[in-house]
Design a protein around this ligand. Sequence first.
Ligand code: FES
Length: 334
Amino acid sequence: MESTPTQPRSTPATLSLLIRQIRSEASGINSFELVHPAGEPLPAVAAGAHIDLYLDGGVIRQYSLCNDPVERHRYVIAVLREDAGQGGSRLMHDNVRVRDIVSVSYPRNNFGLVPGAKKHILLAGGIGVTPLKAMAHYLESTGEDYALHYCAKSEEHAAFREEFAVQVAKGRVIFHFDGGNPRDGLDLVSLLESHVEGTHVYYCGPGGFMAACATATQHWPRELVHFEHFKAPVQAAPTISATVAVSAEISFLKIASSGALFAMSEDKSIVEVLAENGIDIETSCQSGLCGTCKTRYLEGEVDHRDYILSDEDHLEYLTACVSRPKGKLLVLDL
Ligand code: FES
């Protein structure tokens, strides 16, 4: 697949990388290999890292790196085409071609492996396998104890089957095909029934899979359970009484360094309110998934709406793209 190189969108602190290869990995899933155009080594990453890809029309999407993190000559991402999605995956499948130059962010990692764990249980639902595949490569090379359970609808829907063949033969990677009915797939409740000291669980997948993993691990100590959403879960709309109660009280943002006060409005995020007043907070996913907009607050209560920060983080930080003040005043450490 070849085309004329295209011009990257100019964005600060980004890398311009060449699409060297596009491969069909499974039904609806293509992998994209990105390399430095001059063959230079790429910034080092740890397993679980992701990059932002800047697509046409200002669209930004986050993709986990799924190749062995020891590789410095390439980043590999995999994209499931979602025709009913918001368009990012269609752009990737339909518009991005071999030899294109694309703008990507420097890698970030909110989903790293815990060093020194006795065992790692990796649970992948569909395309959520990507960060866990990088982890499996890393753990295989370090000889640490791990198991990757990869849940998919069928063999045709499971990506990287050839690449996983050796680990499958060793019993390290186990496929679970459910034919579209999760009840016929991996029994998460049995698998995670008891936790052994030093065993950590990591999971990533679509909403239903994330909810099932959360339920199956609810009796595990929080510090042993790690997950990454690749899409914000669907939230129930607030009830009318809740909406009225929230909007009855106007909240203000206060900037600690200047004392400036800005009124919040229900339909705007903290990022938007600050931007209107000349204060820019860097963002990426704008969905509470990546942590780019993480901001320290000094006073006030927060309605945390993100899927990335821990309970401990929430005591000090908020995600300005989705979270909201809860009371009358929220003081930001800006
Ligand atoms: S921009 Fe990603 S969490 Fe706010």
